[in-house]
Every structure is written in C-alpha cells, then in structure tokens.
Design a protein around this ligand. Sequence first.
Ligand SMILES: Cc1cc2nc3c(=O)[nH]c(=O)nc-3n(C[C@H](O)[C@H](O)[C@H](O)COP(=O)(O)OP(=O)(O)OC[C@H]3O[C@@H](n4cnc5c(N)ncnc54)[C@H](O)[C@@H]3O)c2cc1C
Ligand SMILES: NC(=O)c1ccc[n+]([C@@H]2O[C@H](COP(=O)([O-])OP(=O)(O)OC[C@H]3O[C@@H](n4cnc5c(N)ncnc54)[C@H](O)[C@@H]3O)[C@@H](O)[C@H]2O)c1
Length: 444
Amino acid sequence: MSKVVLVGANHAGTACANTLLDNYPEHELVIFDRNNNISYLGCGTALWVGRQIESPDGLFYCSKDVFESKNATVYIETEVTHIDFKAKKITAKNKEGKEIVESYDKLVLATGSLPIQPKLPGINLEGVQSVKLFQDAVAADKRMSDPNIKSVAVVGAGYIGVEIAEAVHRRGKKAYLFDVRDTSLCGYYDAELTHDMDAVLQKNGVNLHLNESVVSIDGDTKVTGITTNKGNYQVDMVVLAIGFNPNTALGRDHLKIFGKNQAYLVDLHQQTSDPDVFAIGDCATVFSNALQDTAYIALATNAVRSGIVAAHNLAGTKIASNGVQGSNGISIFGYNMVSTGLTLRAAKEAGFQAMVTEFEDLQRPAFMKENHPVKIRIVYDGDTRRILGAQMASYEDISMGIHMFSLAIEQKITIDHLKLVDIFFLPHFNQPYNYITMAAITAK
Ligand SMILES: Cc1cc2nc3c(=O)[nH]c(=O)nc-3n(C[C@H](O)[C@H](O)[C@H](O)COP(=O)(O)OP(=O)(O)OC[C@H]3O[C@@H](n4cnc5c(N)ncnc54)[C@H](O)[C@@H]3O)c2cc1C
Ligand SMILES: NC(=O)c1ccc[n+]([C@@H]2O[C@H](COP(=O)([O-])OP(=O)(O)OC[C@H]3O[C@@H](n4cnc5c(N)ncnc54)[C@H](O)[C@@H]3O)[C@@H](O)[C@H]2O)c1
C-alpha cells in the first residue's frame, strides 16, 4: 500500500482518482483542488451561454462526495503552493489561509492549463474575460443577460472562439470574431474546409475579421471598444480565446519539461523525469502517433485517458498509453466538422512529403430525400503512404467516421490499404461508392 497525492481534480484528476479508488482501494489517496467545483465540462459553456441547453446543471459528472464515499481525503478550495520533491512533501493553503502539509509516496500532477493572457493595453478592464472555469461561464452568462451589453468581441477563432461567437449571436448580441490567421479553426483543418466554416459564420451573422491582430482593448474602467491593426470597433465585452498554456509552475524547476511550451515531459506511462511523479492531462505532453513524436494537445479526451493510464501504473499495473491523434470535432449553426491527426500544412511543417486526397459527395444515394454533401480530406505521407490525418465537414452528422481514421493513424495504416477496407452500405446511411473509399481510390 502506498500513499498517493493528487493535485488537480478536473477531467484528468477525476479519471485518475476514480480509476485508483475503484481498482486499487488498498492505496491511500489525498486529493487537492483549488477550485470549488470539479469535473465541469467546458464544452457546455457555449451551449449554455447560447441557450442551446437551458441550465448548466448537467455539466458536472463527479464531486467531492463521490471521492469521499470511496474513502479518499479531499481538500477543495485548497491550493497547493509548494512541492518539496526531495522530501516528498506538498504544502497547500485552504481558503481560510490554513496551511496543510502532506507527504506522498507517489504524486500525480493534474494541474491542467491556463488560458493565454496577451499583454495588451486594457486587458484588465471590466468586461474582459476568458472562458475556462464554470465561474467564467456564470460571468459570461450574466453579461449576456445585461441589456447594456450589445456587442461582444471574441479574440481567437479557434475552437473556443468560434463556439462562443455562435453563442453570443444566439443571445441576440452583435458578435465580432477576430483572428490573426487568414481563416478560422486553422489548427484543425486546411483552408479548403475552414473557408466553408468562415462562410457559415458570416451567413449566420457573426462578423468575422481574419488577418487582424488586436492592438488594445479600450475604455476607462469598462470595455467600450477594441482596436486592431485594421480598425476600431465599439464593443461592450471582450472574450479572450487564443489558446492554453500548461499550468506547470509547481514542478517545472524540478521535472523535465517540453521545450515548446513547458508542459511536463511524460513517457507512455505518464511518468515524469522523477519516477515517483506522474503528470496527466493538459499539464503534460502526449505522444502523437501521426508525428511519431512528443507533442502538446489540450483536450478533455486526452486528459481522461492519461488519468486512467497513470492510475494503473502508479498502482503497479504496467500499461502504456496508445498515444493520441488529437481527434476533435465542432458543430456550429448545424455545420459539423471533425478532424484527426495532422492537417496538410502541419504535416508539411513537420517535414513530411505530405500529400492529400479529397472527395466530395452526397452522404446517401441521390434518390434519398434527406441528404447533404460531405467533404473529406485525407492527408498521407508521400514516402511511406502512411495516413497522417483526416478531416470531414457536412451538415450531416459525419462524426463517427473520424474514429476509423484515428485508429488508422494509430495503427500506421496506409492510404492504399484504405482502398479495400470493408465499409458497409445501406441507402439510409451512405453510398456503395462512399466518399471514404473514393478519396482513397483517387489518391495519387
Ligand atoms: C470552453 C471550453 C470548451 C472545451 N471543449 C472541449 C471539448 O469539446 N472537447 C475536449 O476534448 N476538450 C474541450 N476543452 C478542453 C478541456 O476542457 C481541457 O483539455 C480539459 O479541461 C483538461 O483537463 P485537465 O484536468 O487536464 O485540466 P484542467 O481542466 O485545467 O483542470 C486542472 C485542475 O487543477 C486544479 N489546479 C491547478 N493548479 C492547482 C494547484 N496549485 N492546487 C490545487 N489545484 C490546482 C484546477 O483548479 C483544476 O480543477 C474545452 C475547454 C474549454 C475551456
Ligand atoms: N470542440 C472541442 O474539442 C474544443 C472546444 C473548445 C476548446 N477545445 C480545446 O481547448 C484548447 C483551447 O482552445 P482555444 O480555442 O483557446 O485554442 P485554439 O488553439 O483552438 O485556438 C486559438 C486561436 O487563437 C488564434 N490566436 C492566437 N493568438 C492570437 C492573437 N494574439 N489574436 C487573435 N487570435 C489569436 C489562433 O490563430 C487560433 O485560431 C484547445 O486545445 C482546444 O482544442 C476543444
């Protein structure tokens, strides 16, 4: 039996804690989280703020009580302030200012990520906010209910920004969406698909401003406007969504870190450079099967799986992570996009002789009434023919198809192998010559 201390109990920490408590009850587990809630699904923020769901109540799936019912000691609203890795002791402070010291045999760091805060004039004005925590969602929702808030600038047209811009528009406010790049969602899809998303946003009333960088947020005490390199806009609120940084302040002086962004470097067992310390979720690196290299991909799905892997390993059951593809999806004004692995641009930047095959067709045979076009792009390595990535977009729900590509990348399947893969046909669902097969067959 050993004593495990877990710092951070959101998606990664919750998965780790539950796996440990359910499978290895002989271990003592002490959990710390500085927040007053755990397991909040951030994906629900835009749904709730945009009133696609009526209440945030269903957006939590675990609690302090659940851990305590399984005999864990839980400190919430208690921040870990220092770790003595040599003495194997952590120091924390609760909201009353009381200091708590705990020793550990094994430590799990699940401290997640923090939204990037750009150094902009006006960044501290009232009305500027990020959307990471449940508290942020509550604050954003309150502002959306204020009739004096008429226009909102969303900075960053990545996943959070696009979703929040839709939510702002759905609440009847004027939504501006700014990005420094020349298209939305540039980290996940190639321009051939993102230009469709740009058009969907604009058609539905979001004011999309690409190739524009914010120079300042304006106002005396409250936000009254935003200035970019191209103009001034009158807005009453600014949402910042320009990406996450790993939250590694507690351990980065002791543990090996990833050069690109200071995430904790972990192996396939989630073990850091200190054998008694594991790191999981957004504070840690992942192994990218597409790149065959270490990478950083902040997603709840990766966080949950890494928590499960760490729990088994620290309890003595050696299991290795499969690595990840960074599979992801988004649905905006009914337009659905899913992707996995590398875009063509990312694959080229990584040094592959990257090639792409694309195809567009109706989801079902033309004689079926309910029918929409689907676009697919498959990125592969021209040298080895290995599939490196895939992207699909449609008003159809094409989401499940991306899982096959995720497995294909993990298993190093070639584009040529895909040509003869057994894919079923039924007019209600798809076509006999379906777009996946056709994209593979037409690959150069
Ligand atoms: C608006 C939004 C929408 C999203 N949508 C999706 C989606 O649809 N799909 C998807 O896969 N991902 C999504 N994500 C990303 C996903 O939420 C993150 O990848 C995920 O939260 C990572 O989980 P984590 O547990 O590693 O880290 P975090 O969620 O960052 O949690 C870290 C925890 O550690 C605690 N902590 C930090 N430092 C300390 C300390 N010193 N002492 C004590 N406690 C500490 C924090 O309080 C927190 O509870 C979304 C994120 C946001 C913000
Ligand atoms: N549907 C989902 O799976 C989902 C939803 C929300 C968030 N997430 C995850 O949460 C994390 C954070 O999301 P995010 O949207 O903050 O990051 P992101 O990486 O998805 O997007 C950040 C965007 O900000 C832009 N940007 C960067 N600096 C800028 C600047 N100074 N001015 C204007 N634009 C700038 C980038 O070009 C990019 O388009 C990501 O890992 C994301 O995948 C996932």
